[in-house]
Write a protein that binds this ligand. Sequence first.
Ligand SMILES: Nc1ncnc2c1ncn2[C@@H]1O[C@H](COP(=O)(O)OP(=O)(O)O)[C@@H](O)[C@H]1O
Ligand SMILES: [Mg+2]
Length: 250
Amino acid sequence: MNTIIEVKNLSKVYEDAKVLNDISFKVEEGEFTAVMGPSGSGKSTLLYCISGMDRPTFGEVVLCGKEITKLPDEKMSEVRLRQMGFIFQHSYLLKNMSIRDNIVLPGFKAGTLPREQVNQNADALMKKTGITNIATHDIKKVSGGQLQRAAICRALINKPDILFGDEPTGALNSSTTREVMDIINLINAEGTTVIIVTHDMKVAARASKVIYLIDGNIKDQLNLGKYEDNSEKRSLREKKLSDWLESQGF
Ligand SMILES: Nc1ncnc2c1ncn2[C@@H]1O[C@H](COP(=O)(O)OP(=O)(O)O)[C@@H](O)[C@H]1O
Ligand SMILES: [Mg+2]
């Protein structure tokens, strides 16, 4: 199995505070990692330092065998555009543009495929996520769940090695959360490595591995194994996770 990301002794220090403290872990190809922990424990900072949106103060991040933390900004942007996809609590789609135009934009920007191929990939992604019917809609005219599906399509348009999410279901109700997580589990089952930060136990229970962060330290890690789409197995995972979280003081 290939290691997609190796985090080595990563620390993030602000003037008066150590936010991440000597964090090390590996993410293998095809894994789905969830990061949990109390508010302020450093989850978002960790995600941003791993994905090159922010720089660690110390330590290294190796992406597919290449150290990336010291890359110049321009090179880092290229890596993010081609090898990483991002989803956040809000979709951050551009206004006054259709859903499809938002999705193809990073594909055109990367310029690795002909525009026609990018358009075809966008159509396939919209079909997979069930938003074909809103392809030409303005983003003001669609629901939060549909926006998040579109954000997922946009994140995947360049076929990234890894999909990052910071509280990607944080603004969704429980049934929309389930639908969005079904899509993320499907994408993961098809081979995309996933790392998400979440407060939601039901979301984290879909990961193969859960990392618990407290005060910038990895306190513990739980292996849940590959996700299987059936309600009985899902409730067993949720039980195992909630017992573990309770033991962490969550
Ligand atoms: N730019 C910054 N300058 C100083 N402190 C920061 C900055 N960004 C985040 N922090 C601090 O780092 C800690 C972790 O923040 P964050 O990673 O957002 O936590 P989480 O996502 O787990 O809620 C918090 O105490 C926060 O106040
Ligand atoms: Mg956060």
